[in-house]
Design a protein. Structure first.
Ligand SMILES: Cc1cc2nc3c(=O)[nH]c(=O)nc-3n(C[C@H](O)[C@H](O)[C@H](O)COP(=O)(O)OP(=O)(O)OC[C@H]3O[C@@H](n4cnc5c(N)ncnc54)[C@H](O)[C@@H]3O)c2cc1C
Length: 368
């Protein structure tokens, strides 16, 4: 049986973006997925490509860099599944006005006054909130883009239960590979390392038709997309901490529409399709990108980590992850995939602040 260069577990936007990047660099890639392509959080996503509207900080800067990269990436490589449209972001509460005003006065991104046409769709209630109108944003057709990324790449439907490393080769069920990447989103981890903890958030999206043509995406309590190439609009939000709180799918769609209608006037609305899914977030909200630390081995070799010293770590050989991308998976995935691909192919260094080892140090210090 052939040995792949890289096996990727999980065909969400992270797994698919990485497979696409590696395949384009001539790597032999296999993608393993337990259900179908983009059946997890990625299939449910509104897949809005926009920056984080907030004050400065590592997450905001990262998302902005990834947003600029991904906007170009989707437009150039997947134009059929990329809907370009401006975004009018309106603060959710009065308390958020300051944050939006700060963003507006400091950003280098292209902003302008929202056109009268866009403002005419708004309810009077939201017009008192601070807002920012960003010219360059996109809405991606989530499932279509994931499927298109895997064109020409070997893909198998398989739930991976066990992985084993033997003689410098990973054995993933009956498949073999030199490198293994876990892109399993908010699903149960295949390996168990005590410092790797991810939070799950559940959410819903519905695609609707309406007789109101929308030329911009509007974000207030929920995202209401501009009218897409297929004539539909997507409404999406992901903020339920418990699966039990997630409304049944029809009620969920109605709830999304009700929330959308609080800010936007939409006529003759019909639900076309509804989706629900979960996304994963890390404790510091930054993604996890890179090699996975063997906590037990690292602590035995360098117990000073218990005192908060950043000792050298032992990595599990050739095992990597991309996860914890929160509500920005479609923004971050192509950018993170580019980094991991360059790391594999050109041995470029990964951004250290995204490596999972940061959580190992925090865990070791707390353990003491
Ligand atoms: C309602 C909603 C709206 C969202 N809106 C946006 C948005 O507008 N913009 C944005 O950028 N992001 C958005 N997100 C977030 C985005 O969807 C996620 O960040 C992204 O989908 C995460 O991708 P992923 O590949 O890490 O995980 P997933 O898409 O969940 O993929 C993981 C895959 O791994 C597979 N898998 C897991 N375990 C195994 C195993 N043992 N064997 C085989 N396969 C396995 C799963 O079946 C799944 O298909 C939204 C999320 C939700 C839920």
């Amino acid at each position: 049986m052939q040995v792949y260069d890289v096996i990727i577990i999980g065909a969400g936007i992270n797994g698919c973006s990485l497979a696409y990047a590696l395949h384009n660099k001539g790597q032999k890639v296999l993608v393993l997925e337990q259900e179908e392509i983009a059946s997890g959080g990625s299939g449910a996503a509104g897949a809005f490509i926009n920056p984080k509207i907030s004050k400065s900080g590592p997450l905001k800067e990262l998302i902005e860099e990834a947003y600029l990269y991904s906007l170009d990436f989707y437009t150039q490589n997947f134009p059929d599944f990329t809907n370009l449209a401006p975004l009018l972001h309106i603060s959710k509460y009065e308390d958020e006005n300051e944050k939006v005003d700060y963003f507006k006065s400091h950003t280098l991104l292209k902003t302008s006054q929202a056109p009268k046409e866009t403002l005419s769709h708004l309810r009077p209630y939201v017009q008192d909130f601070s807002s920012v109108y960003l010219k360059n944003n996109a809405i991606i057709e989530a499932k279509d883009v994931c499927k298109a990324m895997l064109k020409g790449i070997v893909y198998k439907k398989l739930e991976v239960k066990e992985i084993r490393y033997k003689e410098e080769i990973w054995h993933v069920e009956k498949f073999k590979t030199k490198k293994l990447v876990l892109c399993t989103g908010a699903y149960n981890e295949i390996i168990s390392e005590p410092y790797l903890k991810l939070r799950r958030i559940f959410g819903q999206r519905c695609d609707i038709t309406t007789s109101t043509p929308m030329e911009a995406t509007i974000h207030h309590e929920v995202y209401v997309s501009a009218t897409k190439k297929n004539g539909r609009l997507s409404i999406g939000a992901s903020h339920y901490l418990n699966q039990e709180d997630l409304p049944l799918i029809e009620q969920g769609s109605q709830k999304l529409i009700d929330l959308a209608m609080k800010s936007v006037k939409l006529e003759e609305v019909k639900v076309h399709s509804s989706y629900c899914g979960m996304r994963s977030g890390s404790n510091d909200y930054l993604p996890l990108l890179g090699g996975i630390v063997d906590a037990k081995k690292s602590l035995t070799k360098a117990p000073e980590a218990l005192k908060g010293i950043k000792t050298p770590v032992s990595l599990i050989p050739e095992l990597y992850m991309i996860n914890g991308v929160g509500g920005y998976g479609f923004v971050l995935a192509p950018y993170l995939a580019k980094h991991l691909c360059q790391h594999f192919v050109n041995e470029e260094k990964l951004p250290e602040f995204l490596e999972p080892k940061r959580f190992y140090y925090r865990w070791a210090k707390k353990k003491k």
